[in-house]
Design a protein around this ligand. Sequence first.
Ligand code: ATP
Length: 578
Amino acid sequence: MKKLLIYLKAYRKEACLAPIFKMLEAVFELFVPLVIKGIIDYGIAAEDRAYCLRMGLLLLLLAVIGLAMATTAQWFSARAAAGFAAKIKQVLMEHIQKLSYTELDTIGTSTLITRMTSDVNQVQTGTNLVLRLFMRSPFIVFGSMIMAFTIDFKAAMIFVITIPLLSVVVFGIMLSSIPLYKKVQSQLDRVLGITRENLTGVRVIRAFNKEEEEISHFKTENEQFTRLQTFVGKISALMNPLTFVIVNSAILVLVWTGAWRVEGGILTQGAVVALVNYMSQILVELIKLADLIINITKAVACGNRIQKVLEVEPSMENGSKECIEEKRTPANAVDFNHVSLTYSGAGAPSLTDIDLHVKTGQTIGIIGGTGSGKTSVVNLIPRFYDATQGNVLVFGKPVKEQDMESLRSQIAVVPQKAVLFAGTIRENMKWGKEDATDEEIMEALTIAQAAEVVQKKEGGLDAFVEQGGKNLSGGQRQRLTIARALVRKPRILILDDSASALDFATDAALRKAIREMKNAPTVFIVSQRTSSIRFADQILVLDDGKSVGVGTHDELLTTCSVYKEIYDSQYKKSGKEA
Ligand SMILES: Nc1ncnc2c1ncn2[C@@H]1O[C@H](COP(=O)(O)OP(=O)(O)OP(=O)(O)O)[C@@H](O)[C@H]1O
């Protein structure tokens, strides 16, 4: 948490002014019981109406000034806390963008969302309260005690006994609830995680009739969350009755002894009322202080969770900034030199000893059963993951030595899951190239067989795509994501099973159009269908993370039993050539 405080530096002025104004408010508050004492002892006793009126106006003035101070303090503290939280979110977002897939897999998306939202909000609330109360509350508690001593030494002794007693109760309750608050926060993490999973997977849940199970799972976790919160609430609820008993007892003693001493002429009625006022102020401030400490603890726990993410070092170091485009295009676009990959935390390797050499401009097909490692192979080209053994070269240079931005700017990946963002089709296409003209976009859409998707939509390129592309069919989404990749005019194009929702004719037309592109890219096609890759210059056949065949379709039919099996199964199933 300490390391996060540097982001508060930009709001140094606000962070200093907020407590100062709050202290000034407290100073004015401490004078109120003395003014009331004056009204009772001098104004009412002597029936001096003019004095009472003057003092009444003074009270009003103190209230107005106090209000002005409090509002100003609130303004400064809210500004500092909101700015601090915004900066943390910004830094966190920038850091997350730097992390590689390996770290993101390890941390998990749902906890990152909780840290970015609920945890940052908690830090903001804590900061706001600290700035307003950390000086004010102790000041009022000790100030009231000192004021009590100035009024009457003996009566002030009641304060000396009451304050430690009150402190023990308030802080005892607070200390016992702090660990529980930490549990509440991690339970909240779990509830949010399940909510997110359920919302993103709602279609699958319904398709498998798992609603009941998921509702019951959510209910269990949510009830646990409610139980924990209620338990903490009950402990905190003890605060009021206990503190009120102590304070009211102290007030009783004050009034009772005060009455005797007023009778004996030692103390005035006004002094007793002032002492009671001070006692009440102490109670209010001690409760605020306890609330503040609970909030600080929560904020520190949340701050530490944020800090932990910021401390995760990106495992991938960026290579040289030297631009590879300046170099002559080497004969090979991609080389896998005896590459193996074991994901962090996974026991067995997902890829073992992959050796593949791809000439510039070639089309490579990658085929294999589910989980055979097809996506893992292509993910190594833009360096989404680093090979654990061997090395991957792009245009003759190891990817680890290349500047990541420049490497990725030459590669376009169309992932399995077609992801589109809320905005117009044109805006989505510009993700590929910010300054793409409408002609460039239409050209890419035509190659991706998506021109008719745009033509059919009202507004054409200005048609709105809802978040995640909800208002488009699976095939339309796939074609638009392919077009987005093509807008970039990449030197390497990776289609990771991204034409699976297209019919055979559209799939074939797409491949033909890519082949006929001016400056046609080197293309990697990951597919489960032999028909999508059979015309590739080379086909890599994977089985359980190992390369079991590399060659053309005709070669593999005679040399690779796995490939022949896949081909036969698809050919026989459809009754015609797959
Ligand atoms: N991020 C990851 N962390 C750990 N293991 C992973 C990760 N991604 C993939 N794996 C594992 O690596 C293996 C290969 O997965 P990969 O996604 O490359 O296969 P695939 O051939 O593309 O599968 P599919 O055709 O089903 O998409 C699988 O056993 C998978 O469980």
